[in-house]
Design a protein around this ligand. Structure first.
Ligand code: 3PG
Ligand code: MG
Length: 395
């Protein structure tokens, strides 16, 4: 069901409470090392301030723990980053629903922006607490969800806050709109062949995605460490590779269910230690010697996967093929990324590691869409719907 967007509502002189996903990586000194999530929220942010709205931004950052020193999870660096990108001052509240937040929200002028401190500094956020939500809801005349990366969560700011704001406009932002459009359309009416490439360490993270995509895609290509669990399921030898022993039965089921659609690596690049300068060899999949561990798909697999991508009409990629941050075990991920960049297919890159890989390799602008959501894009590929979006106003 299409939703009302921020463009559809009148914001001049109004306080717009916008949930964004400013859960960005920070370095030791507290500097934002990848500002993509902030940049991707700019269209919605500008839409409000350019029309004279008063913007209150709220987000979480990381997973702070109650009772510990959580200063490294402050949203201040993200607020500074936003100020730089906007070229205008951005006010920052040192709490989320306390005195400083109330004061800074009260001081907002038309076209002004305040960022509230990390929502997860309050236990009520993860608990979906109604009192906490009611305090946040007080700040806004309208609610906007532009936090695609968090849309699979039911945290207070995502669900209880818009619930508490019933009767006021509750809309999606441009980023949420765009992400859902790409991912939903790819799944609903893909140009075929539709090829999914799934990597990463654990089968357990990707079971539901593999199951769902096997019913939609023409081919599902498997890489990353989860390939070794599949190898075990086929009776292969995996040496010291990372595997999930307790997921072997499940891997067998997926192999049976997938038939010829589920494509596993035929060779493996392995090493005798988890380091760039270990002793290396390329072996047949399922023949990893003792003392060695699989660290990447082999060159034959990389070639085969690249050919399948070249022939595809739609490609969805989530999860690296190997240890891409540790050359030469980046070769498989690099080959897949290159073939996606070269192809004319509609190409969608899941967030998290695959988004980082595509950016690091310099291909980000040669694909159709790079998602800002890791878990959220996986949830969409699993066919889940989002309560945080469903409850917003229909268009
Ligand atoms: C993410 O980066 O996955 C989102 O910001 C959600 O964060 P979470 O996984 O800690 O809920
Ligand atoms: Mg996550």
């Amino acid at each position: 069901m299409p939703k009302q967007s921020i463009a559809d509502i009148d914001v001049a002189g109004k306080r717009v409470l916008m949930r964004v996903d400013f859960n960005v990586p920070l370095d030791e000194s507290g500097t934002v090392t990848d500002d993509r999530r902030v940049r991707m929220a700019l269209p919605s942010i500008k839409s409000v301030i350019d029309r004279g709205g008063r913007l209150i931004l709220m987000s979480h950052l990381g997973r702070p723990k109650s009772g510990e020193d959580n200063s490294k999870f402050s949203l201040k660096p993200a607020a500074d980053c936003l100020s730089r990108l906007l070229g205008q001052p951005v006010s920052f509240a040192s709490d989320t629903v306390g005195d400083d937040a109330s004061k800074k929200v009260g001081e907002l002028a038309d076209g002004g922006v305040v960022v509230l401190e990390n929502l997860r500094f309050n236990d009520g956020e993860k608990q979906g607490d109604a009192d906490f939500a009611a305090q946040l809801a007080e700040f806004g005349d309208a609610y906007c969800n532009d936090a695609f990366g968090t849309c699979h969560r039911k945290d207070a700011s995502m669900v209880a806050v818009p619930e508490a704001m019933q009767g006021k406009p509750r809309v999606v932002g441009f980023l949420v709109q765009k992400e859902i459009q790409y991912l939903a359309e790819a799944i609903a009416s893909p140009k075929r062949p539709f090829v999914a490439i799934l990597g990463g360490a654990k089968v357990s993270d990707k079971i539901k995605v593999i199951r769902n995509l096997l019913t939609i895609c023409d081919q599902v290509l498997i890489g990353g460490a989860m390939a070794y669990t599949f190898s075990l399921a086929q009776g292969g030898k995996v040496g010291g590779s990372l595997v999930e022993e307790d997921k072997v039965e499940l891997a067998k089921e997926l192999i049976d269910a997938g038939g010829s659609k589920l494509i596993l690596p035929t060779d493996t690049h392995c090493g005798d230690a988890f380091s760039s300068d270990c002793n290396k060899q390329v072996v047949r999949a399922g023949e990893i010697p003792d003392g060695f561990e699989g660290l990447d798909i082999g060159p034959e697999t990389a070639r085969h996967y690249s050919e399948l991508v070249a022939a595809a009409g739609t490609v969805v990629w989530n999860g690296p093929m190997g240890v891409f941050e540790m050359p030469p075990f980046d070769a498989g991920t690099r080959a897949v990324a290159q073939s996606i960049a070269d192809s004319h297919a509609v190409s969608i890159i899941g967030g998290g590691d695959s988004a980082a890989a595509i950016a690091q390799l310099g291909f980000a602008d040669q694909v159709s869409h790079v998602s800002t959501g890791g878990g959220a894009s996986l949830a969409m590929l699993e066919g889940q719907s989002f309560a945080a979006v469903d409850l917003l106003d229909d268009a």
